[in-house]
Design a protein around this ligand. Sequence first.
Ligand code: GAL
Length: 689
Amino acid sequence: MYFGVDYHPEHWVHPYAGSTEHPEARWERDAQLMVAAGVNVVRMGEFVWGLYEPEEGRYDFGWMWRCMDIMKLAGIKVVLGTPTAAPPLWLSRKHPQVLPLDEQGLALHEGTRHAYCMNSDVYWEYSRKIVTELAGALGKHPQLIAWQIDNGIGGHKTEFSFNEESRHDWHAWLRAKYETVANANDLLGLRFWGQVVTDWDEIPMPMVAPTVHNPALVLDWMRFSSDTCIAYVKMQADLLRELTPSVPVTTNLRCLSRHYDHFDMAEVLDFVSLDTYATLQRRPSENAVEFDIMRSLRKIEIKAPGGEEGFWVIEQKAGNVNWQEVNSLLRPGVVRLFTYQLLSRGATGVLYFFWRSPRIGPEKFYGGVLTHDGRGDNRVYREISQLGEEIKLLAPVLRGTKVVAETCILYSHPNAWKLRQPQQHTRHFRLWEHVMLFYNALHDRNIPVDFARPTEDLSKYKIVFAPSLHLLAGGEADLLKLYVQNGGTLIATFNTGLVDEHDMAPDNGFPHDLIDLFGLEVQEFDPIPPGEENHLVFKAAFPANHLHGARLWCDVIEPKECQVLATFSKDFYAGRPAMTINNFGLGRAIYLGFMGQPAFYQDLVAWLRQMCNLFPLLKVPDNVEVSMRQKEDTRLYFLLNHQGTPVRITFYKPMHDYLTGNTFTGNYDLPPHGVLVLDEHMAKGAPPT
Ligand code: GAL
């Protein structure tokens, strides 16, 4: 288990620390304090190109080597960033064409990080050069255990760039995809508003225009920009694998907030890393969902340092941030609670951002593990040190354990990009809100869930949820059918199969390619204004604890082979199906032709649990989050109290508490923000009830 910090030794040299005679003197003290806090890994060097290469071709890696030597003496491993997230000033002054242009055609200037366009051949060439020099100079250091490529790829809206090099690459990308101009005209639907082209060069980039661009073209632009980000990371990954074959590569993602396909990105990495803002005031499930997505991006052939298979959290906020309206402190115990939430969902490395609040630069009042004074007697340092002790205790038992989920939610980036475009059926629909209705209902019952894109093998899941796959490629529809055919239970919803991968609506009925699977046809869509509702009338045994309403969207459905579970109660489609089930092969396909209130999804999950023999991990009071990691005969339960008051839990069997070594039964009061790590194997009993 790796437990560490993001360290910026370049901030802690003379004149900010050390002395004229010993400019780097502070580094040893930092390493001592890290060791005392249980730190065994640091990430360094993600923004130091200008220090490695202060003038073109004049390199200085010696200072980083010395710092890595200090880490060696302290027994601390090192992840090194490739420094391409922050190009040096000399580069953009010499080659201004590396700077990105925004959608209005305005240059994003140099003088900060991310001032580069990932389509720039010049930037690729310089990136290759610095990465090669870096790997040559530091790649053999014994402390090095992984590379982090760049930092926050696509950050500050740099996924898209509208300069001439991008235009050139965009046309090449389109040419590779469509082969002929006629094909591009047809499949992009350029006849609409007469925007047909006679040459590739005429195809526009979707820059600011009087009104919307062709939506199929915009969708391709998103795909092209995503491919650009991934190609840039892959170029570095391939180079590093060639130069230092035994060192795995990662890059730090922010969950779904950048406009590239995260599943594609995970494919070019050896392991996935996350920057999390889990410390902010959010519902516990809003953090949990990020971790579940990160764990799901790469499910096989993971090569994380130390032979572990999970994902890393390479930046967990140790303190306040500096970009909220009010950057409040994190309350005592909160960093610890969120660290356990990360571990409970499969993290095998956690590093805090950052080691010490810097004296310089825009992030100087960001909360670090150490405060500006660097003394190591501050609250956060003490909290992290306590965690460091606990992690040492837990590491042996955590090793090799994994989260195993029997349910899955489908998410596809092209679909999400499509649903973010203007001119939808209703502006009030948010895909993410819809996804979270399902996720929250599973999370609140402590049912583990993975995420997957529709093209994955879904056969290991008992239940698959597919909220609003508006854009559904033909191949994806076939795979969904295969899943159900072989015995799976699929739950799909309104706003599914409205267009294919070319953003073209079908001429043979909705949901596109899935009419036989659901045994119904959707004839019309009726978006409902906010505040208005239709109602559901259940026709079959569905354990409805509430009167359920339908909001935002109602499908007008013509049933074919399906069984109708509920109908709408009002409007011209009163009595027509709202919820249906269809036996298909060995499985069943359930269709929800509306969006419900959260309580509906709670009842839905309760019903599905019975139908599919799905058990929650432990019976605990509603406000306790439970997650489990397991291997062979070991099952490790994490119980988290996210509230500021104690929660009483009753255990009917003896449980072994890993953090205290005690075994107990009966009532246990989990303190505010408290955590329990229970080992069922050690309890040698049947599962607790
Ligand atoms: C991260 C980034 C860090 C820091 C942080 C601030 O995404 O990698 O360098 O800037 O955001 O929130």
